[in-house]
Design a protein around this ligand. Structure first.
Ligand code: BTN
Length: 244
């Protein structure tokens, strides 16, 4: 079932409510625009008309420790679907951003809804995807225009947003299902589109900052960086970005 809104604060917020109300895996909340779209680290995700914004409820048959890989499987779906539909070669910035020509074109926010132990239910993941499709830079606040882009800005033609939507959902569900039996194949596909590979990066976790070079993901889906002494570090949380 797809529940559509012209506008809503955040499809992820609505989707999490629906999980608690017992809506089944596969339910989708979609909006033409969001008034308070949520990004990682509590940031806003600016969501003007012309973009694709949806949240998919998924109850994957996966061990708890592999749930964070859903973000990578979703990023891979975004990369592969965008390329197959319009030929634009995006890259994935670990863990959840999609970049096109060094600007952010999409973001992913996966949130787990975990029931209490008595209910014996496996967690449901709310997979939120925001993709800048037919909007133009002028639809974004001046402050973020230098760092974002849209598919339209590169193609100069409008895309059929419903086709993108259904292909993306199909691909996200398929990739997520593969994480059980065929995890390494998904991670190997992901590595080909790594935006941070061989670039100077900086990782911040609380008050600790570490500089290094991007080295791709580990077999668990963590991000690896090599510091200036040649030591490798696996990144699990915190913020990872390019050195400026
Ligand atoms: C990020 O850039 O940090 C993640 C952005 C995720 C945005 C999507 S849009 C659909 C869904 N609803 C939200 O409020 N956020 C996600």
């Amino acid at each position: 079932m797809v529940i559509c809104y012209d506008q809503i604060d955040s499809t992820n917020r609505v989707a999490k409510e629906l999980v608690l109300k017992g809506k089944p895996s596969g339910t989708i909340v979609r909006a033409e625009r969001q008034l308070a779209g949520k990004g990682q680290y509590g940031r806003n995700f600016i969501s003007p008309v012309g973009g694709l914004y949806f949240s998919l409820l998924l109850q994957p048959d996966l061990q708890l420790k592999y749930l964070p890989l859903i973000t990578l499987a979703t990023g891979l779906a975004c990369r592969e679907v965008i390329f197959s539909i319009c030929g634009l070669p995006t890259q994935i910035k670990w863990p959840n951003d999609i970049y096109l020509a060094d600007k952010k074109v999409a973001g992913i926010l996966c949130e787990n809804v975990i029931f209490n132990g008595l209910e014996k239910k496996s967690p449901t993941v709310v997979i939120g995807v925001g993709l800048n499709v037919n909007n133009t830079l002028s639809n974004f606040p001046p402050g973020i225009q230098p760092i974002v882009t849209t598919l339209f800005e590169h193609l100069h033609e409008q895309l059929d947003i419903d086709t993108l939507f259904s292909s993306l959902v199909t691909s996200i569900v398929k990739n997520s299902a593969s994480l059980g039996a065929d995890r390494q194949a998904i991670l190997a596909r992901w590595q080909k589109f790594d935006y941070l590979a061989n670039k100077a990066v900086v990782h911040t976790a609380g008050l600790v900052t570490r500089k290094g070079t991007g080295c791709g993901i580990s077999s668990e889906g963590y991000y690896r960086i090599m510091d200036d002494h040649g030591d490798e570090h696996c990144i699990v949380g915190g913020q990872l970005r390019l050195q400026s």
